[in-house]
Design a protein around this ligand. Sequence first.
Ligand SMILES: [Zn+2]
Length: 398
Amino acid sequence: MNPESDRPARPAEPSSATLSWLKRLIAHQTVSLTSNLALIKDVQAFLEGLGYRCVTVFDETHGKANLYATIGPDLPGGIILSGHSDVVPVEGQNWTTGPFDADIRGGRLYGRGACDMKGFLACLLAKAESFAGAPLRVPVHLAFTYDEEVGCLGVPSLVEAINALPHKPAMCIVGEPTNMQVITQHKGKYSARAHFTGRAGHSSLPGEGVNAVEFAAEFVVFLRRLGQKFRTDGPHDDDFTPNHTTFHSGVIQGGTQLNIIPQNCFVDFEFRNLPNHDRDELKSLVFQYLDTILIPQMREIYPDVGVEIEVVSDMPGLATGDDAQITKLVMELTGANTTGKVSFGTEAGVFSAMGDIPTVVCGPGNIEQAHKPDEYIELDQLARCEVFLDKLTAVLGR
Ligand SMILES: [Zn+2]
């Protein structure tokens, strides 16, 4: 046996280009729901300077944008390398150094978004010139999205724009932090607010009003029973924790004071489905209950009461096969011999479901460090991602 092989490998160092890009991206304070345009313009100007063909897809307010930048031949196929530009807020968190002023210490780079997921974006930008200089057979598309952290709000319009382009990409990697493991499956998520409108009255005459709080409570109980049913009856997949589709009510708010029959109440609820659990069926179980049972009960006397559903986010799960070309490619390039499933949602489900683009999740950093004070990424992870992108460039030019 070679004693050398028992020693942990010395951590690799990322390039200065990746580190300077990561500092630059972190300095753009792109907290979700605020504008990301300064970052997008910065990146777009750089990529256009290298010859990338850029498409921007704005939100309605023109305060935010997705960027899609293509290099290489004007042909169908090729690969999308995608990440979100937004980060979670820092309010109420105790940081050792300024969250938007990246700091390197102890083999780590600290800053909001270092791990989730500007580290991956920095690696892409550091390698942008090498993609541009490579003899690519198929195009490389770099995608930068907005408002992922608040329910994947930006990426659907980007995927729509990609669907409308003359050439369809063949596959996609979303570089969320997975420690460079190949993730092929994650759960989907649907979240919504149910607004119950009843009819006010004096509490001494409950029969003359419609109590929105009571009907909302019935709805919460229905969702709870549905969750219990799936926990017991399945479907089950033991690679997920928990191993079934879940239902959850997180907020209920209604009524004004005890002697008034409450006119209004809302319930914030969600389900998180196993990727192969039919989402349309799950939604219709909820809507059918409202339409055929609860709303008719509410309307026994007054027709102008009811329930309105306001969808907050609707993110499909991801279920890419181990035999898919993208899975095999990323396994080959990372040297992985297994694939994994994770419980957190990503934009990969949207590329896969809406764009019909086979997608995996693979990126530097550990999700454990995401969203926390003193968020960091190991420099070694950035270096490993760079090696991965170098190998990918070589394969695409083969
Ligand atoms: Zn993320």
